[in-house]
Design a protein. Structure first.
Lengths: 464, 116
């Protein structure tokens, strides 16, 4: 028996908006990433190998699950298209499937199972076809049964679609309340309904009311009340005299003093009401703030290298710019406009000047060859608003498939990696090479790519 | 980079071996079945040790030249390194990717029949 877990991005698009820092498949349900529930179920059905397929990015899942040795199974990864049928999925993974029976778990759904029951016999004896289904999700079996049908009642199994914050909250609470009887849940506990992780500091005056699940590296300070029905993630601090009831506090969150969190999901500096879908972001770190490590420091060497290179370019291009710009401007061959573009920081925009040069004129052609149309933008590198080389700045008003909210990586630059690489395809394909370099390039290779972009831009224009 | 061309079921299988980078990408683009817009091919990447943005560009560019961009190039047998490059850049959305060359050939042949 082998299992294919198939996910389509549209099924969990809601999660990107609410929990933007987490890959949806790693979203914790009762302090256990969602994907682990599915892997556990695959193991219960006797699967020796699991393949995870997704039509979007899957790297965070691969980093987390690795090769599956943690579970004693073989884990592998692949991609699919959103409209692939089960038959096509089996074809695309023919080598993986071999001659064995295959269970396909499709959709972003929570599987209600009971670890005490024998799903292995059931999965190997059920006829080919759908085993369980819900809107947007299904479990299907493919291949001939390995055993004759088993006698007795079928093991209960149902699916709950995770199609929004409300269903995520319900599934988490259900996992907490049914507890370790039905699912394999993390944490230690001397009694049912109370699981506590490692390195948890509980003040003498703190109260814990079952059922609760508390992650690792948690501090519960004086007079806090946790529970009933509270899920506290890892790296969380609950400050003095605060209470958390019927709520989920996700990893890396700080709950400030004198707060009552009831029926909410707290994630970083964001507080969500799962019933109404409303959410607020707290700016005051003393109320509710993320204690996640800042990425500012790791970007510093790149910003310094880009700023220095920009400074050199500003100095070198100053003479031709000061000579050509007034002439082109007076001749009407330098047309500029301001456009608002997405900034590197999500939700923010930057105003950039867009210059159109008339390159049919000799002066215009020289200015274009020297990339003088980008001259003003070089100053924005010094203020770290732009990178010297990065993604093509995307207009803020346009609904673009590569908009920062959708893209895997985005860092607007004066020059783009696509220009440096003379990327052959057009349109949105340029984002492919830009993402490649955003992930793989370093400060030094960036400088080399700037030179390439500087050389390639005139060539690109002349061939266009 | 060694490029081997075979055919099965009316589909050309182009097997690559070695590094697919700035040096070898033009050789791939120049390969007749890859460059011909009408020929649907299966690109076997099992023995590709390394692929950079130029190699990726060669494959994406060739697919865009095909009459049927979605199925003109079907990819098969990617190793983990190459698969990660595709996933990092989201380029996997542009291709049908199989873990078995024979299955990829069947798929490409079915699509070609459907088109004609």
């Amino acid at each position: 028996m082998k299992t294919i877990l198939a996910f389509r991005e549209e099924e969990f698009a809601w999660s990107h908006e609410v929990f933007s820092c987490l890959h949806p498949l790693l979203l914790p349900l009762c302090n256990k990433p969602f994907i682990e529930f599915l892997i556990d179920f695959a193991i219960l059905t006797g699967s020796t190998a699991v393949r995870i397929l997704c039509d979007g990015g899957i790297n965070p899942i691969e980093r987390y699950c690795e090769n599956g040795s943690r579970w004693g199974i073989a884990l592998s990864y692949g991609s699919l298209h959103a409209d692939d049928s089960a038959q096509i999925l089996l074809g695309k993974n023919r080598k993986f499937c071999g001659e064995e029976r295959i269970m396909i778990v499709s959709g972003f759904s929570f599987i209600r199972y009971d670890k005490r029951l024998d799903y292995k016999s059931l999965a190997s004896s059920l006829p080919e076809g759908e085993w369980a289904a819900c809107p947007g999700g299904s479990i299907t079996l493919s291949g001939a049964p390995e055993k004759p049908p088993a006698d007795g009642a079928a093991a209960p199994l149902s699916l709950m679609p995770l199609d929004g914050m409300a269903s995520y909250y319900r599934a988490s609470m259900e996992a907490l309340e049914t507890g370790a009887d039905r699912y394999v849940l993390p944490g230690y506990g001397g009694e049912p309904g109370c699981a506590i992780g490692r390195n948890v500091v509980i003040s003498k005056s703190a109260q814990i009311r079952k059922p609760v699940s508390i992650g690792n590296n948690v501090q519960l300070l004086g007079d806090t009340i946790i529970g009933p029905s509270a899920i506290i993630g890892s790296n969380v601090i609950i400050d003095r005299e605060s209470s958390v009831e019927s709520s989920i506090v996700l990893d890396n969150t700080y709950i400030g003093e004198h707060l009552e969190v009831n029926g909410r999901i707290a994630s970083g500096n964001r507080l969500n009401d799962p019933r109404s879908g409303a959410s607020i972001s707290m700016e005051d770190p003393h109320l509710l703030g993320s204690i996640k490590k800042s990425q500012t420091l790791s970007a510093l060497p790149r910003k310094v290298a880009h700023a220095l290179a920009a400074l050199v370019m500003i100095a070198v291009l100053a003479v031709p710019f000061l000579f050509l710009w007034p002439l082109l401007k007076l001749g009407g061959r330098w047309r500029s406009a301001q456009i608002d573009c997405h900034s590197e920081n999500p939700g923010e925009t930057i105003s950039l000047g867009k210059v159109e040069l008339d390159a049919t004129n000799a002066l215009g052609a020289i200015a274009s060859t020297l990339s003088l149309d980008h001259y003003f933008r070089l100053f924005r590198v010094l203020t770290a608003e732009l990178a010297l080389i990065g993604s093509t700045p995307l207009p803020a008003e346009a609904q673009h498939p590569n908009a920062p909210a959708n893209a895997l990586a985005y860092r607007p630059g004066v020059f783009s990696y696509a220009e440096a690489e003379q990327w052959p395809a057009t349109g949105d394909d340029a984002a492919i090479v830009e993402r490649y370099h955003l992930v793989h390039s370093g400060p030094i290779s960036d400088i080399g790519l700037v030179v390439k972009a500087f050389v390639n831009r005139p060539h690109e224009k002349s061939s266009a | 980079m060694i490029i081997t061309e075979t055919s099965a079921n009316g589909i050309v299988i182009v097997a690559l071996e070695g590094n697919l980078d700035a040096l070898s990408a033009p050789k791939l683009r120049g390969s007749p079945p890859v460059a011909d817009p009408k020929t649907a091919i299966v690109l076997d990447l099992e023995k590709v040790d390394f692929m950079d943005s130029s190699g990726l560009g060669a494959i994406v560019g060739a697919a865009r030249e095909k009459d049927d961009p979605a199925c003109g190039i079907v990819l098969s047998c990617m190793n983990d390194k190459v698969r990660r490059t595709f996933e990092t850049t989201n380029a996997q959305r542009l291709f049908h990717i199989f873990d078995d060359t024979a299955a990829a050939v069947d798929f490409a042949a079915t699509r070609q029949i459907a088109r004609t």
